[in-house]
Design a protein around this ligand. Structure first.
Ligand SMILES: Nc1ncnc2c1ncn2[C@@H]1O[C@H](COP(=O)(O)OP(=O)(O)OP(=O)(O)O)[C@@H](O)[C@H]1O
Length: 247
């Protein structure tokens, strides 16, 4: 079966270190796919390759049937691959609503310098709907820099959704969140429409197993195992890898 995202034989070297060594990954439409593994396994490097910020020495990346290997992050975002970073990237002086509107601009006015009033109204309306969906309606008019860390994380996800992605790359979305905020984040990710596939890098295995339908385990730049959450949870190979060292 053809995947929405197909990375094949991806190799990234930093000097003598192989951060990724001939890694394959396939993410299907609407799939909830988690990427786990001990520290230094190559998870973030693989997200960077898929998002377009790292060019592999070898291997191919295809998205929706097209070879996107030479495309940068902006071109991939326009095509439907959006990324959530470890540290929420928001505009601190803009309100929550304005952040979403700005994030939606490349979609709203793809190749024009001017912005007709009708499209502006649509962008603000859609921003309001996304804030509602994220449970952020109460802080719509609050500058993003004044929001709590968990709210900034939710806002960043809303900003990514404003670009109408088909694949959302999430790099440790639970990092730095309190238990209550992690619960909120999990609930929010669970309710995202299946029109968006998720590729999630996360150290919190409770979140991984609760959200994902497929898990790929990397270790030392190679694929150690792939399967359902149950298969991965009970795999002796994976247990041993984690016993040898994980965050
Ligand atoms: N720019 C770089 N220059 C040199 N080495 C790098 C660079 N980026 C990553 N590495 C190395 O590549 C390996 C894989 O790193 P990566 O960040 O992808 O791992 P990870 O699985 O995301 O780890 P963690 O869970 O700790 O975030 C590590 O040994 C890391 O030190």
């Amino acid at each position: 079966m053809t995947g929405l995202l197909e990375a094949h034989c991806v190799t990234v070297r930093y000097g003598s270190l192989a951060a990724l060594d001939s890694v394959d990954l396939c993410v299907h439409d609407g799939q909830r796919h988690a990427l786990i593994g001990p520290n230094g396994a190559g998870k973030t490097t693989l997200l960077n390759v898929i998002g377009g910020s790292t060019r592999p020495q070898r291997g191919t990346v295809r998205f929706d049937g097209r070879d996107v290997g030479r495309w940068g992050p902006a071109a991939r975002a326009r095509q439907g691959i959006n990324r959530i970073h470890q540290r929420p990237a928001v505009f601190p002086t803009l309100t929550a609503t304005e952040n979403i509107v700005v994030a939606a601009l490349p979609r709203v006015i793809p190749r024009r310098r001017w912005w007709p009033g009708g499209r502006r109204r649509i962008a603000y309306h859609r921003a309001g709907a996304l804030l509602d969906q994220m449970g952020l309606a109460d802080v719509a008019a609050v500058p993003a820099g004044h929001l709590a860390h968990g709210q900034r994380r939710q806002l960043e996800i809303a900003m990514a959704l404003a670009g109408r992605p088909r694949l959302l790359l999430l790099d440790e979305p639970a990092a730095g969140l309190s238990a209550v905020e992690v619960g909120r984040l999990a609930e929010m990710l669970r309710t995202l429409p299946r029109a968006v596939a998720l590729l999630l890098v996360e150290h919190r295995l409770d979140l991984v197993y609760a959200l994902s339908d497929t898990v790929t385990v990397l270790r030392d730049g190679r694929t150690l195992a792939a399967g359902t959450p149950d298969e991965i949870r009970t795999s002796p190979l994976v247990r041993r890898a984690y016993a040898d060292g994980v965050a």
